[in-house]
Design a protein around this ligand. Structure first.
Ligand code: GAL
Length: 661
């Protein structure tokens, strides 16, 4: 497509006589695309049914004259006040039954028929209006679907929709009662119309009902967006459609949402939201980018890349010189074909007055503008060559929204988190410079030499079968604690010892376990002492299976903690605990060596190596996430195509190397 850098632009926040200066500065900087209008519903429909697209037309035309194309956002994340006043039923209701008011954004109920009617009308009007505009190339329906909607919406319309969704899934109310285990605490329903949304209860919750509720909410969002994408596709068959994801955010199943899109986009704020622990942590950032690529197993765009201090009421740290370029190129390293910055100029008004853009409040180009301009000048030609190239990992980590939902509902140990555990496994590979893909549980396992499937808590025979087949055909599989505990409806399995039928694959059974609250247990692996956290499966091995690590404290000292079983052409590891960082690193070293997986190279701590390849070419990115000088080495056949002195990185420096393959 030839577009690699752009910016999110809000011309409606500024005087018109500034627009041309903005366009000139953007062009000078090398930006060739903007996203606009995703929150401008009132400006586009100031009164019910009266559309005004003239201001947006003018902005699109003006930018077009500077060679800058537009992605149009549909403004459905910010319904206007006239609508909320005249049709208050469009406002969402939270768990406590409170109506959330107008004044922020996303104050909408996505199942409400009146709201959906307004959405259909404005999206149709916009699609018809822009279908032949030569400067419009694509669409972003809504904005960060799932954001702000976390405990929303539980209104009567959502309740009816939930009932309909359940009826479609279960057919009869008896089947629903059985699937949810409603005999417990007298929760049986006589008809679907009796089913409640999970508003706040006096005590506890039904885990099966909660799992269906979360899946319903996800499906509702997919349906909400699909209504828009269907309209846009009908009128604008030559435009692409994408949506800005939020990494590991989980309100909507991003694999499902991605089926409606040409490609996925993502909003990357490496500085963290204000001051959280992930600030600039290379491994967390890398895992986020890898999961985004994996949602469609395809190149993606960054639709919002941090371009300054983040901040609403309070602010985060200022990105140091070099950091914005580093973060931009890290996105590219993991498969982004275009990077769009959020935002052009920090806003003078509203909630986001301190969420900084490329330009400061004054509008005068400063440090951030010149740094990014220089990086774009050097990187854009390379990105043109790299377009469509992809990382090619030999390791897959299974990542599933349903497993995440079930473990959020019952973490068992309050310190246990599905996504954190996924990221801990990820980190051990990252630290060894070994690239990773994430894979859905119906994905192509066969591509990977090593497949890590943490916490396969919900199990069904189809997934079991897929794991058996993978190992039989030579794959190395890693299963962990809390596998095969529940069936699809979130009810405990009772017919076999854990991990159910998969025990034939693991060569072991879990007859007992310990939930570690405020306790750590020691374990021994390869004569080294390590720490087991949060959970200990007490494993009994069957004949033929190998014990790799044993516990060294508690009443189960001496019992197996990690096992390995040869099966078919491959093998299956079982890790019965949550290993701490050093233990995880040792296990990953052992498993990658056994699977014959090579690292991209060697690098000092704080330096990340990542690769993209296509046809006959491969690029390695060396990214220094620290402010100190660092070194790295890769195969000598690579030639430096971006950077100064191969192998030696200044603080926050990025180098890119290329070779034929
Ligand atoms: C994103 C959102 C943007 C803007 C930004 C800064 O999550 O998509 O619209 O709000 O955060 O807060």
């Amino acid at each position: 497509m030839g577009i690699h850098f752009g910016v999110d632009y809000y011309p409606e926040h500024w005087q018109r006589d500034r627009w041309e200066t903005d366009a000139e500065l953007m062009k000078e900087m090398g930006l060739t695309v903007v996203r606009m209008a995703e929150f401008s519903w009132h400006k586009l429909e100031p009164q019910e049914g009266k559309y005004d697209f003239a201001w947006l037309d003018d902005a699109i035309d003006l930018l077009g004259r500077y060679g800058i194309r537009t992605i149009v956002g549909t403004p459905t994340a910010a319904p206007p006040a006239w609508m909320a006043n005249r049709y208050p039923e469009i406002l969402p209701v939270d768990r406590e039954g409170r109506i959330r008011g107008f004044g922020g954004r996303h104050h909408d109920c996505q199942s409400n028929a009146v709201y959906r009617g307004f959405v259909r009308k404005i999206v149709t009007a916009m699609a018809v209006h822009y279908k032949d505009n030569p400067n419009v190339i694509g669409w972003q329906p809504d904005n960060e679907l799932g954001n702000s909607h976390h405990d929303l919406c539980m209104c009567e319309s959502c309740r009816k929709n939930f009932q309909g969704w359940l009826e479609k899934k279960y057919g009869t109310v008896d089947r629903l009662n059985e699937a949810w285990g409603n005999a417990f605490w007298s929760q049986e329903y006589n008809e679907f119309s009796e089913v409640f949304t999970p508003r706040i209860t006096v005590t506890g919750e039904n885990p099966s009902a909660m799992l269906d509720w979360k899946c319903f909410c996800s499906d509702l969002i997919v349906d909400f967006m699909k209504e828009q994408t269907d309209i846009i596709r009908k009128h604008c068959p030559n435009h692409f459609i994408t949506h800005n994801y939020m990494g590991f955010a989980d309100k909507v199943d991003y694999y499902d949402l991605g089926k409606e899109l040409d490609f996925v986009s993502h909003d990357q704020y490496p500085g963290g939201f204000f001051a959280d622990e992930s600030h600039g942590r290379g491994d967390i950032l890398a895992s986020t980018l890898d999961v985004v690529r994996s949602y469609k197993n395809k190149n993606f765009w960054i639709m919002e890349q941090q371009s300054g201090i983040t901040g609403w009421e309070v602010m985060g740290r200022a990105p140091a010189p070099g950091q914005l370029s580093l973060w931009s190129l890290q996105s590219v390293a993991h498969g982004a074909d275009a990077v769009v910055y959020f935002r052009w100029r920090v806003c003078a008004m509203g909630t986001e007055q301190y969420w900084h853009g490329i330009l400061p409040h004054s509008g005068n180009p400063g440090r951030r503008y010149y740094e990014l301009k220089e990086m774009i000048r050097k990187a854009a030609p390379l990105m043109e060559k790299m377009e469509g190239s992809m990382p090619a990992p030999e390791v897959g980590i299974v990542y599933s929204f349903r497993q995440n939902y079930a473990l959020q509902i019952q973490p068992q140990n309050p310190n246990m988190s599905y996504t954190e555990q996924i990221q801990e496994y990820y980190r051990a590979f990252y630290d060894r410079q070994i690239p990773v893909d994430f894979v859905p549980d119906d994905g192509d396992f066969g591509k990977y030499k090593l497949l890590v499937a943490p916490l396969q808590y919900l199990m069904n025979s189809e997934l079991e079968e897929r794991y058996f087949r993978y190992v039989k055909n030579g794959g190395h599989l890693v299963l962990t604690m809390r596998t095969g505990v529940k069936d699809e409806t979130n009810i405990c399995m009772t017919d076999r010892e854990l991990p159910g039928r998969l025990s034939e694959l693991t060569g072991s059974e879990v007859l007992d376990y310990d939930c570690l609250r405020d306790a750590r247990v020691s374990a021994v692996f390869q004569n080294e002492s390590h720490t087991a956290r949060n959970w200990c499966d007490i494993i009994t091995v069957k004949e033929g299976a190998e014990v790799l690590a044993v516990y060294a404290s508690e009443f189960y000292a001496g019992e197996p903690c990690v096992t390995k079983n040869e099966y078919g052409q491959g093998c299956c590891y079982y890790i019965g605990t949550e290993p701490d960082e050093a233990f995880m690193a040792a296990l990953v070293r052992y498993m990658t060596d056994a699977a014959g997986i090579a690292a991209l190279g060697n690098a000092d701590e704080g330096v990340e190596l990542a690769a993209r390849e296509k046809a006959d070419r491969r690029w390695i990115f060396a990214l220094n996430h620290t402010d100190m000088e660092k070194t790295y080495s890769v195969d000598s056949s690579y030639r430096l195509v971006y950077g100064e002195e191969a192998g030696k990185l200044n603080g926050y420096e990025v180098q890119i190397l290329e070779r034929k393959i």
